[in-house]
Design a protein around this ligand. Structure first.
Ligand code: BGC
Length: 237
């Protein structure tokens, strides 16, 4: 327990392809510190990233536990895939390593899953996609997460995946206008496949969206990626 106010303080970290962000939240998700950001070390291997997180943690003051959003498949703290980081991550036990380094309990989950936990209403079928370096996705039924949905690497159109068509590399290559028209097609395709009640769109590139979204599609603020760090401790282990 945090001695200062009797509430449990969670350091919530989001590991991204370009930046690592973190802030401390109290039990109801209220920020207790300013969000800090450090550049993702390159090459983005486990050791320098853990060092960067330790540095960020040291600047965030006191906390009792840690949530980490990782841009890949995560099972029980162990990394399964890391498409936009470094292959050294595969099979790396981030949960245990970071817990030993910070001497606190740590939970790690997919970044889009955490973003979703911070954004959804908990009613019906809710799909979340994130538009950043990669293309993240998360699916919920009545608030219950189906972990590690990896739509980003599935075929979307013209023999390319959602991530190849809508990730950061594609956006830089084709520009905002074409990217928007692809995104409109992606939303139509996802609605057809999932028949969701709501689709939430998060991630750093949501500010590039220029078309009017359908009524059942909402943009979620970037901070959901951090706020979901609290909800992660309400999920079963
Ligand atoms: C990864 C996902 C991740 C997404 C957004 C994809 O390349 O496979 O696990 O959620 O990028 O970071």
């Amino acid at each position: 327990m945090n001695e200062q106010n009797g509430s449990i303080a969670t350091l919530s970290i989001d590991i991204g392809g370009s930046g690592i962000k973190g802030m401390v939240l109290n039990s109801d998700g209220t920020p207790m510190t300013e969000r800090s950001r450090v550049e993702t070390p390159q090459p983005a291997k486990p050791e320098p990233i853990i060092e960067a997180i330790a540095q960020l943690a040291a600047n965030q003051g006191k906390f009792d536990r840690v949530s980490v959003g990782f841009p890949g498949v995560v099972r029980k703290g162990v990394i399964g895939t890391a498409a936009n980081l470094d292959p050294d991550w595969i099979n790396f036990d981030l949960g245990t390593t970071l817990s030993e380094k910070l001497a606190k309990p740590v939970r790690v989950a997919n970044d889009a899953d955490i973003q979703g936990l911070g954004a959804i209403s908990g009613q019906g079928v809710e799909l979340v996609i994130t538009l950043g370096t990669g293309f993240g996705s998360a699916l919920f039924l009545n608030g219950k997460l189906v972990p590690n949905l990896e739509l980003g690497h599935h075929c979307f159109r013209k023999g390319e995946t959602y991530e190849q068509q809508l990730g950061r590399v594609a956006l830089d290559e084709i520009g905002k206008k074409k990217w928007n028209s692809r995104l409109e097609k992606a939303i139509a395709s996802l609605e057809h496949a999932f028949n969701y009640d709501y689709l939430y769109i998060g991630g750093g590139n949501t500010d590039k969206i220029t078309f009017e979204l359908p009524a059942n599609v909402k943009i979620v603020p970037n901070v959901s990626g951090i706020l979901g760090g609290i909800a992660l401790w309400q999920e079963s282990g």
